[in-house]
Design a protein around this ligand. Sequence first.
Ligand SMILES: [Fe+2]
Length: 182
Amino acid sequence: MNPKVEKALNEQMHAEFFSFYLYLSVAAYFTALHLDGFAHWMRIQAQEELAHAMKLFDYINERGGMVELMALEAPQREWPSPSAAIEAVLEHEKFITGKINELASLAFSENDFTTFNFLQWFIEEQDYQEAICPGEEPDCHRFTNDTEDALVYFDGNVPTMFLRLRHQPPWYWTPCAWTRSW
Ligand SMILES: [Fe+2]
């Protein structure tokens, strides 16, 4: 495997594992605030990030590369407000989109078209990940002042906030594997 591409794939896998950790931290923050709808949403997002990391893990192995698991830094634990936490998630997704694009660009310039092709799934996935973030939802801005009534309203309506989207979030009907309630 091209060493530059292998290194970049390992770095991307690390970023996906960190996303998993960060979103678990956001889930814990929402749970502590008794915002169970948002907490559920973040648990599902964390689950998806773990799947992204494992997709890269498997790909590196399948191509004969060497997986390198790096230390995970501790994620942020608290945010100034629930909307600030959601904005942070959206910003993180945009950061990840940038990294995926850089990785695809590297694979192309190194003539590793198999990896370039593999990354198309991630490019599509990032479009979806940004779209399902409530920070992208116009209605979401109605709770940016974090009034209690608006928060309670949105917390109870997280699954229906995305019905207008092109891609229906799969977790609309799928409970998180790690949670017993919604
Ligand atoms: Fe991801």
